[in-house]
Design a protein around this ligand. Structure first.
Ligand code: UDP
Length: 315
């Protein structure tokens, strides 16, 4: 059988590295491309030496030549936490626009199927709740989050254009808040921040009054949904996330309970344009892909906390 070859951009990142693992498990050869500005080689260290794995350090906003056959491209390169894209606004815009253009060109050349990692951020601070794929969103293009939101909206538009005008075989996943091992403790997101603070018995910093909501999906569920979407025929965006919605204050309390920390909640200023609610409507993924999340927050949090504890021992 002809072995499939998959490129994962951002393959040394949190989600990208789990996708590298998944495609290797599915007997593919994986080419991981990452410029390591937010990715971490430790996430893929276990794959070095595997004959089915190759790593290329490259900034995908620049042209790349890949010799030979390519069957799948998973475009996951981008700063993705609010702190990262606020620190790296131009790189975020460039990888979403120029980077997506480059990988679409590569997909066209290789006649490969390409899956774009889009985001619930395309819905902005949503006026429709929960968010369904046919909602066009409420994004502030000139606000601080605009660099990520608009880059991903452009990425979706150019992906559809390559599908319609160049016949490229495309897929778009809209990823909602995801967590699990290989997240960076210092990526600024609520989940690693709260766990880190809890493990150090430091104050837990809830932004605003904590009534804003999020819905957290465990990484294994997400990877499973992405794989099913790639193998499906659906060219329009599909939400993948866990609809179990919680306020950020309740979530902080949950982390306190599960870790048994002495930490107390303190309240800090809410960042500009912070979405007030977020919950995926996953009826499309359910009916189309027969996909739904299986790992609840309690179990997922325990596995993630174990990973963070392990990391602390190593460092
Ligand atoms: N948040 C918080 N404390 C933190 C980090 C984040 O209260 O230390 C809040 C943040 O304002 C947002 C929610 O938690 O309302 C989720 O933020 P995160 O950075 O995880 O990602 P987002 O869902 O906003 O992209």
């Amino acid at each position: 059988m002809n072995q499939k070859i998959a490129i994962v951009t951002g393959g040394a990142g949190f989600l990208g590295s789990h996708l590298c693992d998944k495609f290797i498990k599915e007997n593919c050869k994986v080419i991981c491309i990452d410029n390591l500005i937010t990715g971490n080689p430790n996430n893929i260290a276990h794959l070095f030496g595997n004959p089915n794995f190759e790593f290329i350090k490259h900034d995908i906003t620049n042209y790349i030549f890949v010799p030979g056959q390519v069957d799948y491209i998973l475009h996951f390169a981008s700063p993705a936490s609010p702190i990262d894209y606020l620190k790296l606004p131009i790189q975020t815009l460039k990888v979403g626009s120029l980077g997506t253009h480059k990988v679409l060109g590569l997909a066209k050349e290789k006649k490969a199927r390409i899956l774009l990692a889009s985001t619930s951020e395309v819905y902005g601070d949503p006026n429709i709740h929960p968010q369904k794929e046919d909602y066009w969103g409420n994004v502030n293009p000139v606000g601080p989050r605009g660099v990520y939101d608009e880059a991903k909206r452009f990425a979706e538009a150019i992906t559809m254009a390559y599908n319609r005008y160049h016949g490229v075989d495309t897929r778009i996943v809209r990823i909602f808040n995801t967590y699990g091992p290989r997240m960076r403790l210092n990526d600024g997101r609520a989940l690693p921040a709260f766990v880190d603070q809890a493990l150090k018995n430091e104050d837990i910093t809830v932004f605003g009054d904590g009534t804003q909501t999020r819905s957290f999906c465990y990484v294994d569920d997400l990877v499973d949904g992405i794989y099913k979407l790639l193998m499906s025929d659906e060219i329009y965006p599909v939400n993948i996330g866990n609809p179990d919605e919680i306020t950020i204050k309740q979530f902080a309390e949950e982390v306190i309970r599960i870790t048994g920390t002495k930490s107390k909640i303190v309240y800090k200023e809410l960042p500009e344009d912070d979405p007030k609610v977020r919950q995926p409507d996953i009826s499309k993924a359910k009916s189309l892909l027969n996909w739904f999340p299986k790992i609840g927050r309690e179990e997922g949090l325990k596995r993630t906390i174990d990973y963070f504890l392990e990391q602390r021992k190593i460092s």
